[in-house]
Design a protein around this ligand. Structure first.
Ligand code: C2E
Ligand code: MG
Ligand code: MG
Length: 754
């Protein structure tokens, strides 16, 4: 199969302009990428894209050598092709994470489209970035941008850590000791040796403190003294082998600071406790926050997340900041668990609680350090995502959170899958009060639930309406195929010479659960952008071929009828398009000559050589090729000669104006004449009136299609048309005669193209 040959990682080739150009040195940090695949050509291809983004790439083609290399090298990004084999890829992931430390190297998994089941194992390995093969260049870019933003965060973190380490070194030199103060208590004499650092932590010079226990205990906060004393006494009595206490200690300045003391009991020669050796750590800042949270009841006791009060406080802060500086946008993500009640009822409340805790952890993991994840109550959570510019930032966060739910939760051996629906409200200057964002995100969450569980929805205010509509459409489209929401309508194409139904054009419709029957104009473009068109076109072709096969078997009189299927540009540029169509033909039992593929001119012009090869392979299967919407694009004669094209479909816009507009009429005439000279057929699209029809007949067009004959018809209506015309030598005559008697199928449908 041709599926994974050259360039097979890319569904289509976009013009080079879509690729970010080489990055100037110093603009971004220099990064290294390692590509692990067995497929040299795809690897080279990917390496090229990555080096255009500024990566230094290495390609590893052998799984064993790859693992070896992974142990030694430390790339910033490792791309792992799962076609290496599930086990090999898994081992590779482990080798890389071991060598680089978890998270230090970004991992991108390439999962073969025909094995979606592998995705789970990929995610279980902790690889959250993946692409399904083959993928679009745009998808790759989007994924890389995400990864890079994470790598940048990591860089910052590293820089921070390095700084800290430097500070620490300086500190060590200055104090001549460890950061922690050491103490050594002799139980027999109650004398204590304090290290200089111990004394310095309290602000004392080495000679200012005597080696007595009293020096220490007298400085412990009265409220903490009893506890500390009790622990030390218990150690002396041999009841404890280790000491660990947090308490407040008074410094020389009189100020109290939280300290952590950890010590070990050391036995003397008689086996009885003789000393306690320990260290003291300053945990004041840590303890102070804990204490504050505890004292004010700001923490949710179950999940230990900030509670509603903290959230509201941060929300107000973010709101005020955004008001001052609109660049500092933020979003509120509101979610609860889909069907939490089932878990609570089915597995008990304790398990429910456990799940909430586990979720809190995962969600925190999915969020950036500056974001606030809060428990709002019950199974409701809110995430405050700060520092985002547009809705995309919020939806990326939502996707990351949702990603965390792909792997089941392990609750005492019970594997529990759960999903969440997220509502998103994006700050904009129109908002009057912080609470309004909460309200809107809540509303959006209900919309997300209505769209189907495990989705997210953005609250649509006026400013974001358009983006939001597209997002929603994308979201819906993703599910529409699985939910069988698409329908194929069939529009007859009639031959002029003998009036027979020469064929049908398969036109897709979307039976949207809320919006009703949608025309392709409302979703094809988005489907193309998000890559869903590939599946959609395949489905339409399958459905239409199967349908025609049924009709062929049912109506012998219509056994020459063909099926025209529209192919998007993306589809035709896929390396596996021919194999895919071949498979569809075989599965449906339809002969190649019964199938016509409609492509647009742009395909031929922009990728001439490649397109020519594909069309020739399709011709070898006896499939015929139509150029759709002819006349609107390049209409170059030369390619008509060069390519194996059978039919030109004259665009609706010319046909509809040909009677009023001289120029349109001229174009129609020219196309028909030209086609005749080249021995190609013509179909006039969008014929609506008898006078248009007659004019076209006069110009000797080969076939017509349009409301004048029939609109696109649901399959039952199309079938009744075949039924009615089967016994008639001239189908067109019969259709028009029936129309006169009022049994036109016109009533059956629908809206026209804009
Ligand atoms: P197209 O391939 O040029 O299809 C012809 C369009 O003209 C259809 O619009 C059809 O309903 C409309 N039409 C037919 N007769 C008349 C008429 O007499 N008057 C007027 N005003 N319009 C007429 P539709 O179904 O809305 O499809 C629009 C476009 O969407 C199609 O244009 C095609 O490019 C695309 N499309 C439809 N189905 C598919 C599909 O399954 N896959 C892909 N990739 N594209 C599709
Ligand atoms: Mg078409
Ligand atoms: Mg057309």
């Amino acid at each position: 199969m041709a599926a994974h040959r050259l360039g097979s990682w890319f569904g289509s080739r976009r013009p080079a302009a879509a690729v970010p150009g080489p990055v100037a040195d110093g603009d971004r940090p220099h990064r290294e990428a390692a590509i692990y695949t067995r497929d040299q050509e795809s690897g080279d291809h990917l390496a090229q894209v990555l080096s255009e983004r500024g990566y230094a790439c290495s390609l590893q083609l052998n799984a064993w050598a790859a693992r070896y290399a992974a142990r030694r090298g430390t790339p910033d990004l490792a791309v792992i092709d799962w076609r290496l084999g599930e086990r090999a890829a898994g081992r590779l992931v482990k080798a890389i994470t071991q060598a680089t430390g978890n998270g230090a190297c970004a991992l991108l998994a390439l999962v073969p489209g025909e094995r979606p089941d592998l995705l789970l194992t990929v995610l279980e390995l902790g690889v959250s970035d993946f692409l399904i093969l083959p993928f679009e260049r745009a998808q790759l870019s989007a994924r890389l941008s995400l990864i890079e933003s994470r790598l940048r965060e990591l860089d910052q973190l590293k820089a921070l850590q390095e700084n800290l380490a430097k500070e620490y070194d300086r500190f060590l030199i200055a104090t001549g000791g460890r950061n922690d103060g050491i103490w050594d208590l002799d139980l027999a004499t109650e004398s204590v040796h304090y290290s200089d650092r111990w004394k310095a932590m309290l602000g004392f010079a080495p000679d200012e403190i005597r080696d007595e226990l009293e020096e220490w205990l007298s400085r412990v906060h009265p409220e903490d003294l009893t506890r500390l004393r009790a622990v030390i006494d218990a150690s002396i009595a041999g009841e404890l082998s280790a000491v660990e206490q947090r308490y407040r200690l008074r410094l020389k300045s009189g100020e109290y600071r939280w300290m952590l003391t950890q010590g070990e009991v050391v036995a003397g020669p008689d086996g009885k406790p003789s000393r306690i050796v320990g260290r003291q750590t300053d945990v004041d800042s840590e303890e102070a926050t804990r204490e504050a949270v505890r004292a004010s009841g700001l923490q949710d006791p179950l999940t230990r997340l900030p509670n509603r009060a903290v959230l509201m406080d941060r929300l107000r802060h973010a709101f005020a900041r955004a008001k001052r500086d609109p660049e500092q946008g933020f979003a509120v993500l509101f979610f609860d668990l889909d069907r939490f009640k089932n878990i609570n009822d089915g597995l008990g409340h304790l398990t429910g609680d456990q799940l909430l805790r586990a979720i809190a952890q995962r969600v925190e993991r999915a969020c950036r350090p500056g974001d606030t994840v809060a428990r709002f109550g019950g199974d409701e959570f809110v995430v405050l995502v700060e520092d985002i510019k547009d809705v995309r930032g919020a939806t990326v966060a939502a996707e990351r959170i949702q990603n965390e739910f792909r792997v089941p939760f392990d609750l005492d051996g019970n594997e529990v899958f759960t999903t969440i629906s997220i509502g998103i409200a994006l700050w904009n200057p129109e908002y009057q009060r912080p609470e309004d964002l909460l309200r809107d995100s809540d509303t959006a969450m209900y919309r997300a639930k209505a769209m189907g569980r495990n989705s997210f929805a953005v609250f649509d205010d006026a400013m974001h309406r358009k983006v939001v509509a597209t997002l929603r459409l994308e979201n819906d489209l993703r599910r529409a195929l699985a939910r069988n929401e698409f329908r194929v309508f069939y529009q007859p194409i009639v031959a002029i010479d003998d009036g027979r139904i020469a064929g049908f054009e398969a036109l897709v419709r979307w039976q949207h659960p809320e919006r009703g029957l949608l025309m392709p104009g409302e979703f094809i473009r988005v489907a193309e952008e998000m890559g869903a068109i590939i599946q959609l076109d395949r489905w339409v072709a399958e459905e239409a071929c199967k349908q025609l096969r049924v009709w062929h078997q049912k109506y012998r009189a219509h056994s020459r009828t063909t099926m025209s299927v529209n192919l998007s540009t993306t589809q035709i540029m896929r390396p596996d398009v021919v194999a895919g169509i071949d498979l569809i033909l075989r599965n449906s039992g339809l002969y190649g000559q019964s199938l016509k593929l409609e492509v647009t001119e742009s395909v031929l012009v922009e990728n001439a050589q490649y397109a020519k090869a594909v069309l020739e392979q399709l011709k070898a299967l006896k499939i015929t090729i139509s150029i759709d919407d002819f006349g609107t694009g390049y209409s170059s004669l030369s390619y008509l000669r060069r390519f194996p094209i059978d039919t030109l479909k004259i665009d609706y816009s010319f046909v509809s104006r040909m009677l009023e507009d001289q120029e349109s009429a001229e174009i129609v005439r020219t196309i028909i004449t030209m086609a005749k000279n080249l021995s190609k057929d013509t179909v006039a699209e969008g014929v609506q009136t008898r006078s248009q029809f007659e004019a076209l007949v006069g110009l000797e067009v080969s076939m017509v299609q349009g409301y004048f004959i029939a609109p696109p018809l649901p399959k039952e209506v199309a079938e009744s048309l075949l039924e009615r015309t089967a016994g008639h030598p001239n189908h067109l005559a019969k259709i028009l005669a029936d129309r006169m008697q009022g049994s036109s199928p016109r009533a059956a449908n629908t809206r026209a193209v804009g």
